[in-house]
Design a binder for this molecule. Structure first.
Ligand code: GDP
Length: 224
């Protein structure tokens, strides 16, 4: 397939919506379960990547673009918005290579003292002790200044020693100058060396994010 060859050679392309990065990466996505308590978490059998962000940051959209499927819609169905929704990413032999954990959006209730204030109480233990959790992808909106709740989450992850990547969503909404300015402001406001700009709409930055996810997932995530 020509487009796939181009991607693998590192040529930047805007992908048609039907031809998704996940398919290029040869993963299929399978909804596993919605957990509302720690004893409902899936078995510890694959490297896990958690996705976190304030409500409306673009998490569902980015997950759909990353996985190439509308799996993330599951997380938005009534009764599941307060749950951790787990998705398995399967290789061509149906082996589970990665698990994505879609955490409930925060931000309506201000995060304070405990990062999980306003979150169900099993969220903080999940982030603290889940042994297969390899990377927390923290989404912030590139159009919005750094928020206290994002800063608190990032500080908490730092203190917990969790590997994390901060992703600035909806970058397509900004012009070149605004992009540079906003990304710099986010880095400064959140005390970060790096923020990865992405757009679920155009696919911008998604390849780079996948590279970060696969690096964190280790050999178990090797799909090539
Ligand atoms: P969630 O609440 O974090 O899951 O956010 P959604 O994925 O539902 O997105 C919230 C709103 O932002 C929706 O109106 C999306 O269409 C919009 N949105 C999400 N990602 C992007 C993006 O990359 N670019 C643009 N322009 N809009 C986006």
């Amino acid at each position: 397939m020509r487009l796939r060859c181009c991607i693998l050679k590192g040529v930047a392309l805007t992908l048609p919506r039907s031809l998704t990065i996940a398919k290029l990466m040869r993963y299929t996505t399978q909804f596993l379960l919605s957990a509302l308590a720690a004893d409902q978490f899936p078995p510890l059998d694959a490297p896990e990547i958690a996705f976190l962000g304030r409500s409306n940051v673009g998490k569902s959209s980015l997950l759909s673009t990353l996985t190439g499927e509308k799996a993330a819609r599951v997380s938005q169905t009534p009764g599941r918005t307060r749950a951790i929704n787990f998705f398995a990413l399967l290789d061509q032999s149906q082996r589970r290579k990665l698990v994505f954990a879609d955490l409930p959006g925060y931000g309506y209730a201000k995060i304070s003292k405990s990062i999980s204030a306003g979150w169900p109480e099993f969220i903080e233990p999940y982030l603290a002790i889940r042994s297969t959790l390899k990377l927390c992808v923290c989404l912030v909106d590139s159009n919005v200044p750094a928020q206290e709740s994002d800063r608190q989450l990032i500080d908490w992850l730092r203190a917990a020693g969790r590997d994390f990547a901060v992703v600035a969503t909806k970058i397509d909404r900004l012009s070149g100058n605004e992009r540079t300015r906003n990304l710099l402001a986010l880095k400064k406001g959140l005390e970060l060396d790096e923020v990865l700009p992405v757009s679920a709409k155009t696919g911008y930055g998604v390849k780079e994010l996948w590279a970060r996810i696969e690096a964190a997932g280790g050999a178990g995530a090797d799909s090539r």
